[in-house]
Design a protein around this ligand. Structure first.
Ligand code: BDR
Ligand code: CA
Length: 313
């Protein structure tokens, strides 16, 4: 059973990832750490609490984290109009954030995990500011982390947030580079792979019909903030990027990938561009497994099945 912290900036696909983790017995969800990203921190924090509140899982603490990037000026997601989830999309609840700061929670939990020889896994599905700060503040934190599964990067699927960069890296490239160089084992879920699994209106209807309150909320969010792009994908449907990190922990055999040296461009026009050296052309150790393929139907079926589990609650 994976002991997991999800570091997140909800976010519509973040909501799907969180709900999938909450419904997966393979995952012991230790808490959520929240970062600014798709929308400002006050909104990502409120949205995370709403999502957890929907499930009644008040045993999972939600920790507010860092409000902006380390160096660059702040940018929000393309879907910044998401703001705080409207009440008619995701019902309000009384569930409120834990008092402890996200970076502190990450440090404390990872250190305790190292001491107990039970390292944790982090699903990193927003800009990596909280995680970078935890690793910088106390480098021994790395010893308590078995793996960071990070939705980040675009190696050939360019032209997403900028012509070169994927959003989570673009929004805080310095934090991403700190994490990439931290020595913690990394699994990267880039756009190149997430773009291969497209969810359509039929799939969203199954969230709604089978997934209880949480499933209805996801239906509302995905149909309001439509991610389909026939121009780009050549067929109907849109990706649910962040849920791939949770699916990877539950069913790794759905994914194929290879080792690479991964890093980030920190300045200029191409800031946030991620490179992957698959053929060891650079004089640097390989630091990541990059997932390049996904079993589309397998991933879609798994996510629908997990969301449907909320229908029983
Ligand atoms: C990433 O950016 C955000 O908009 C999504 O939530 C996802 O984490 C995709 O580039
Ligand atoms: Ca996200």
């Amino acid at each position: 059973r994976h002991r997991v912290i999800i570091d997140t900036d909800p976010g519509v696909d973040d909501a799907a990832a969180i709900l999938m983790a909450l419904a997966s017995p393979e995952i012991d969800l230790l808490g959520l750490t929240i970062v600014a990203g798709n929308v400002p921190l006050a909104d990502t924090l409120a949205n995370a609490c709403r999502i957890v509140g929907l499930t009644g899982r008040t045993d999972v603490p939600v920790h507010g984290g860092v409000a902006g990037p380390l160096v660059r000026d702040q940018v929000y997601g393309k879907y910044a109009r998401i703001g705080a989830f409207a009440e008619d999309l995701v019902a309000r609840s009384d569930f409120s954030p834990a008092g402890e700061h996200a970076v502190h929670f990450l440090v404390r939990t990872a250190r305790a995990a190292a001491a107990a020889a039970e390292p944790i896994t982090i699903c990193a599905i927003g800009p990596m500011t909280n995680i970078a700060l935890a690793l910088i503040q106390h480098p021994d934190v790395a010893r308590g982390i078995r793996e960071i599964v990070s939705m980040s990067g675009a190696f050939t699927a360019l032209g997403h947030r900028t012509p070169w960069a994927e959003f989570n890296v673009y929004a805080d490239p310095h934090a991403a580079e700190i994490v990439f160089r931290s020595g913690v084992p990394l699994t990267i879920m880039p756009l190149d792979m997430t773009f291969q699994a497209l969810f359509t209106a039929d799939h969203f209807a199954r969230f709604r019909d089978q997934g209880g309150k949480p499933g209805r909320a996801l239906f509302n969010l995905f149909t309001t903030f439509d991610r389909s792009d026939v121009n780009r994908f050549g067929r109907p449907g849109g990706p649910i990027h962040d849920a791939t990190t949770v699916a990877f922990l539950v069913r790794p055999e759905l994914f194929t990938g290879r080792k690479a040296t991964v890093g980030t461009q920190l300045t200029g026009l191409t800031m946030g561009y991620t490179y992957a050296d698959f053929y060891q052309k650079m004089d640097r150790a390989q630091n990541a497994k990059v997932m390049t393929g996904v079993d589309e139907q397998g991933f879609i079926d798994l996510l629908i099945e997990r969301i449907a589990r909320h229908g029983d609650t």
